[in-house]
Design a protein. Sequence first.
Length: 908
Amino acid sequence: MPPYPSLHASHSGIWISGTDGSTQAISKGQAIGRVSETPHILLNAPLMGQRLGYPDLSGLDLLELFAFMYPARFVVPTPAGLAKTLGLKKPEEEAAVGRLYREAAWKMLNGLQADDWIEKEGAWSSAQALHRLRWPWAGELSNRLQKPDEPERWLFSKLVEWEEEAPRPAPKSVILDNAHTLEKLNILTGEGSEERLGQKNYATAVAEIFNPRRIKGAPNMLLAEAGTGIGKTLGYLAPASLWSATAGGAVWISTFTKALQRQLDRETRRIYPDEQTFRKKVVVRKGRENYLCLLNLEDALQGGFTGRAAILAHLVARWAAYSKDGDMIGGDLPGWLTTLFRRNGTTALTDRRGECVYAGCPHFRKCFIEKSSRASQQADIVIANHALVMVNAARGREKQNAPTRLIFDEGHHLFDAADSMFAARLSGQEAIEIRRWVIGPESRNRGRRRGLAARLADVASYDEEGGRAIESARHAAEALPGEAWLTRLSEREPFGPVEALLAEVRNMVFARDESQSADAGYGLETELNDVEGPLIDAVANAAEAIDALLRPLVRLGQRMEHLIEEGPDWMDAPARARMEGALSSLSWRCDTLSGWLALLSRIGGPADPDFVDWLMIDRFEGREYDIGICRHWLDPTIPVTETVTKQAHGVMVTSATLRGGGNWETARARSGAVHLEHAPMEFEVPSPFNYPEQSKVIVVTDVKRGDMPALAGAYAQLIEASGGGTLGLFTAIRRLRTVYARIADRMARSGLPIYAQHVDPIDTGTLVDIFRDDPKASLLGTDALRDGVDVPGNSLRLVVMESVPWPRPDILHRARKLAGGGSAYDDRIIRARLAQAFGRIIRRADDQGHFVILSSAFPSRLFSAFPDGTPIERMPLNDAITEIKAAKTQTVRSGLPRDISFGHESQI
Ligand code: SF4
């Protein structure tokens, strides 16, 4: 056993397990004293530090050791999860967890000498570097790892290069016949699978979008609502893969959540069982900010990062050598890894700021982003997300690879995705990003960031006019907000015309605020009308400064286009690719600046009816984060229809709740189909689940609104009645935190652990993994959990909503409500939210569950959000508790909990 004691802290107590095998319960004060004297083995230091009330807790974290030894492998980061993955006995009681930690450390360290340790390559060199950084585990590793006979290959020489391939020919015109589509579906669902008429009808309906388009700009469009359990994914993958194989084109499948992207990645393996073919035919695409930038990593490894951030960089390098695709967010990099380092340095490892130097980068041929982009040009199925599809279309990126056959799954989110994608925001944070992009680092910034002049030095030296444009842009960018702009604004000392404008915006928002949120410390906003005096003057000055920056950037873009066309001697293929890449990020900045000017030009004049404009201050708990002017489309499906839908030949928008408990009119409006000149095809198939038998909705009538002790008490009693397995949904973070603080200890003492979004220092994906893995655990959260949680089986048997999920009555919502039919608009939104939340409970034919709303004021007209026939009853809390307890007893008698198995888990 390793010569270190271990520490385990939870809401129900703190234990130290000594090197002599003894275990002792101790107080918080004693624990803090011990860990500051001797390094202890522990699991998830930030989480344990939070339990101890000692945020600086550090030690020998088992998760860090796991990340070193088994990079890109999955583990649920809990004692039980670690025990399961390492093949150790799960501790029966919390007091035994400390001993498990020591066993886990021992098992992993012994694994360093195992012949079957597949991630051995690179470990020795990495351990040496980590030793120099004083990583707590490095000493143990160095004692056990043998220096390899041959020098180990450096990550950057090990990664495989992408190959340039000839552009793909245009797809053939084909019509899929039903017999072939159903045959393909049969192959995908497997021999002997149950007969699913709904799925078959769905698959043949989807096949129609692949028919040849009749008129340019008029795609074959299908709106399809397929109830949960239909087998929607295979239902559309069958015609999609068939069309792709017959016509030789790519089908893009776009999702909203990363969870569905992961699920699709798994399901598409059925189409291409051979791993090599699968990797060629199916490509997952995300925005570039998701991927590791190898140049940034190299910089971090060579001294760009120090302290803990440098340790993280080395663990990320270990992962990069074994990762499937270099996706850091929602890919195979464990979501918990970056939170162990308090996200210190994570963003600097991706290409968030568009500073990629393309072919000028020594790792260009191995770059994960380039690899995925090029692979998608040859793939049959591209699994993307709504944001990426829209951003590529809006910014004219990858035109030759634009999707022509598109399936929007989770289509009920299309509206919201478009809303954020096509919005404009002239704010301090946005402006400082552009300043940095032009000027480069002005302070001791981490990373290799460089300004425009350094990135385009060859343009400047070859083309005099281009060089002058770069210099003018550099000079003009100094008028944008710089470091510490928020401090200057709060001290009423703005610097430059744009900061002066933001100062006026701030004054006006505070002056006009009527929300009574000013003292609560949350975001504030005010309408952009009846503006006068100092704000108008500030707008004119800021517009002049922005225009002074836009003009040289446009000129630079023209010079670069000219250079690319002219093709001087020095411009070889890599230089051309770099120039094209730089031109694309330049035009994106120019579009942003033009959008700002359009927004400013309307201030003081008549409003544009297509847009909603307002002034805002972003705040959280009294701290200001951003200040600016916002512009959203009143109907953001207009730009999506123009840039994405009308350019395609076939589009399907599908979801289990596409009509949001309403009618087709809602689906047509929320998908943008109303903006097409022809009506879309519409298809619906209800869920095969027996909701009347499997579920029940309870409206609790005696928990008073605003009574926090009563709300917390209700949650605690319901969770106890159900024995955990509860998803608690909140509409306000503040109430979530209060309830959590009141009940977490009590629940832990009953052996029913609670986890919470916005409280636990764990990313949402990992929280869901933890919840799924432990049928006694409960999870509290907000919107992201309402829609994105797929937990079949016994781990989720009760959903408790604290109140009716009314839309936030902000300026944007008010405008859309006015345009969308008043309170009927609100009802449509709430029904859609309720339908999504309810949809979490029954994921399989044998699931059972209750949906509880703690709001006596719940209007009966919203009951139509739930599937037909679902029993709904209003009752006092005590009766609800009795009923849920009875359901639990029945479940236990009927032999549940059921097995839960997941494709991505493996034992070491
Ligand atoms: S090509 Fe760009 S994103 Fe890729 S590694 Fe190089 S700088 Fe980073």
